[in-house]
Write a protein that binds this ligand. Structure first.
Ligand code: ZN
Length: 289
């Protein structure tokens, strides 16, 4: 028998407890009828229009995304806004939308566990532990060990190979003129992780891999300690969670004997679609070749 949506939500809330979410976050059910049966579920990072369309094409009754559709509340779901259009399309086709965001970041296993697994890294603990977890496994980011030490550039190439492909690829901040020792330990954080530089420094890791690194925080972090920084596309650092989450829900469905199939979207919804590498070594902006 397929479960009803409220049964599935109870299972999702056990995997990624809503209480773990940040105060500012908006997680849980966005639209959908708790009494409706669910036999197909699609997982994706972003609740954008092409993902809503994929859920409809897949025949899913439930779309689970990592990013919220509405983070700050709204007074309209009119279909002439992109978010309202998504809500309309989903409701018109009986597709529910459920969000697991910072609660999935902090959970055990969480978003950064999936990132570490995608990179083939061994997790040794959280980067910012959750003080309410006696097992010491929940929290933000993860500290990881490499089975074989890699040079910084070698590690960047390894990450580029292991993470899903994006236009951005991998950016590396290291000093080729003063090569540091090989990378043996790495902190990873799925999504925008430049607020965790202090924790990465305090953890004494050789490198920090995250997304959305900005000039000033990255520059200052480099000046402080020479910590090697590895910047991946936001979507690429969080997409591995979709596969982990689908496998978790598969295991729950098997335990309950539910007729439920999970699918993971492979559409790249990172907003950056083209990267043009610089072609001149002249650093004067706009200088003729
Ligand atoms: Zn994110």
């Amino acid at each position: 028998m397929p479960p009803v949506l409220s049964d599935v939500i109870a299972a999702l809330d056990a995997l990624w407890p809503p209480a773990l979410a940040e105060d500012w976050d908006a997680t849980g059910l966005v639209c959908g009828d708790p009494h409706a049966p669910v036999s197909r579920v699609l997982f994706a990072v972003d609740p954008v229009r092409e993902i809503a369309e994929e859920a409809i094409e897949t025949g899913a009754q439930l779309l689970i995304t990592h990013h919220p559709l509405y983070l700050r509340g709204t007074t309209t779901v009119a279909a002439d806004t992109f978010k309202g259009r998504v809500v309309h399309e989903l409701i018109k086709h009986d597709v529910a939308l459920f969000v697991a965001h910072t609660n999935a970041d902090r959970a055990d296993p969480g978003v950064s566990d999936a990132l570490a697994a995608a990179l083939g890294l061994r997790v040794t603990g959280p980067l910012v532990p959750d003080p309410t977890d006696p097992a010491g496994r929940r929290g933000l980011g993860r500290i990881c060990a490499l089975d074989r030490p890699l040079g910084p550039e070698e590690f960047a190439r390894h990450a580029a190979q292991r993470l899903p492909a994006t236009a951005q690829g991998i950016r590396l901040a290291t000093d080729p003129a003063a090569p540091q020792g090989p990378i043996r330990t790495v902190a990873v954080c799925g999504g925008s992780g430049d607020s965790l530089f202090g924790a990465a420094r305090a953890a004494g890791v050789d490198a920090y891999l995250t997304a959305d690194l900005r000039h000033h925080p990255a520059s200052e972090a480099r000046e402080h300690t020479g910590l090697t920084l590895v910047d991946a596309a936001h979507w690429a650092t969080e997409w591995p969670w979709c596969e982990q989450a689908a496998a978790q829900l598969d295991a729950v469905a098997q335990r309950h004997g539910w007729e439920l199939r999970t699918h993971v979207s492979r559409r790249v919804t990172d907003p950056w679609t083209v990267q043009a590498p610089s072609v001149t070594t002249d650093t004067t902006p706009g200088a003729p070749n």
